[in-house]
Design a protein around this ligand. Structure first.
Ligand code: ZN
Length: 424
């Protein structure tokens, strides 16, 4: 039994910080947490003094692409290096992400179930994973990876990342079932184009019919999976909200249709704005991508602010991968810039993020019966949210009660190389 003492606790529920808190861990779970005066522990427990640090739930990124390493076609199609090299690159990203205090990540496409197995078996270190596997869309949608010349990649289909193009209700149902068979924890789909999609299929261009998206949601829910739907604006965004997806990913043009925001609040549909990816796209080399990202910037901020004011649960996701793997906590800084308080942003990346995944009984908050996934930070992230981007400030990370990163003695871990890379 471990008893963490002396830290200021931010528990992930949105409650005010508790100074001089105690967190009691038995095995992989938290058994008690709160103010020292109101928390007891057995005499034989091992005491861990965290005075001067801030203790948070392990952070959660609800939208990442851990196995993606750039938007270039050669990267997307896996042409520029052997698959084994790419897999090892991905394993390094998983290790570094955990070492930055991210103990849970939902992958929105590209990471196969073998990585989850390797982490669970202890072969590699990494966050707990909720996997979307592939983006389901109709022909011409963002799940349809065709080159600008109209050609398809001839590299054989990886059975662990099944074909995700589906047309008509029968195929949609089959593809959802195929994703679940291949190990999907969540169903990722797209009802609009995006900033980085091909010319002619942009942020407000719809994909899927009402019947197709309804069947997708119906089948996913029947199999106990949440639906995370990429939708930026226009009729495709409306279809997704009306069909009852569980989260809208991006939602850049929500402000154009305030009644959709009301509907999201009433139905408990989450918004994952992924602000960080559009920071990147605004400087894209591709003119059509750059123009789209710049055009949506103001509306996106307004959409996030209107959604927050209406009571929509707004959560943190980076959409990292295409834009490399920067510190995931940069999204929390973006959310603060968009109008959240630092405490709200931390909740968006912990307690609310866990709810978005349907994992709120397991992770995301520091409370009895939750898994002991925790991060101890040097300094006060409520004063400076950017502390969470700095490896030298993320002093200790626990996953399931086990310390997986400990930088208290100034020890440099392999994952710290990432911080060096980020600074240069
Ligand atoms: Zn994405």
């Amino acid at each position: 039994m471990q008893v963490l003492t002396g830290a200021t606790l931010i528990d992930g529920t949105g409650a005010s910080p508790v100074p001089d808190a105690v967190v009691v861990i038995d095995g992989e779970r938290i058994v008690a947490a709160g103010a020292r005066a109101r928390t007891s522990w057995p005499a034989h427990a091992e005491l861990v003094d965290l005075s001067g640090l801030t203790l948070l739930p392990g952070l959660i990124d609800t939208h990442d692409h851990l196995a993606s390493h750039g938007y270039a076609l050669t990267k997307r199609w896996g042409l520029d290096e052997p698959a084994s090299t790419t897999h090892l690159r991905t394993a390094r990203v998983l290790e570094q992400t955990l070492a930055m205090g991210y103990t849970t990540v939902r992958d929105a496409g590209g990471l196969d179930a073998g990585f989850r197995l390797a982490i669970e078996d202890g072969m590699i270190s990494g966050p707990r994973l909720s996997l979307g596997l592939k983006i389901i869309s109709p022909t011409g949608g963002i799940g349809d990876s065709v080159s600008p010349s109209g050609h398809s990649c001839w590299i054989p289909q990886d059975p662990n990342l099944p074909d995700s193009v589906a047309n008509g209700v029968r195929q949609v149902r089959t593809v959802v079932r195929t994703m679940v068979r291949a190990g999907a924890d969540a169903i990722k789909c797209a009802t609009t184009g995006g900033a980085s999609s091909r010319p002619g299929h942009g942020p407000t261009d719809a994909a899927f019919t009402r019947d197709e998206i309804r069947v997708l949601v119906d089948e996913a829910h029947a199999l106990g999976r949440k639906v995370m739907c990429h939708a930026l604006g226009g009729p495709g965004l409306r279809l997704a909200v009306e069909a009852g997806v569980d989260s809208i990913e991006h939602g850049c043009y929500l402000a154009d249709e305030p009644e959709l925001i009301t509907m999201m609040a009433e139905r408990g549909i989450f918004l994952t704005p992924t602000l960080l990816v559009y920071v990147y796209h605004r400087e894209s080399q591709a003119p059509h991508v750059r123009d789209r990202a710049r055009a949506l910037y103001e509306r996106h901020l307004e959409s996030v602010q209107t959604a927050l004011a209406a009571g929509v649960k707004v959560v943190a996701g980076t959409d990292a991968g295409g834009h490399d793997h920067p510190a995931n906590a940069r999204e929390l800084e973006c959310l603060v810039e968009a109008g959240m308080s630092p405490l709200q942003a931390i909740r968006a990346g912990t307690g609310l993020a866990a709810e978005c995944l349907g994992w709120e009984r397991t992770v995301g908050t520091v409370a009895a019966d939750r898994l002991a996934d925790l991060a101890a930070v040097d300094g006060d992230p409520l004063r400076d949210i950017t502390l969470l981007q700095r490896a030298d400030r993320i002093k200790v990370v626990w996953k399931g009660g086990t310390i997986c990163v400990d930088r208290r003695g100034g020890r440099v871990t392999a994952a710290d190389e990432r911080a060096v890379r980020l600074r240069t």
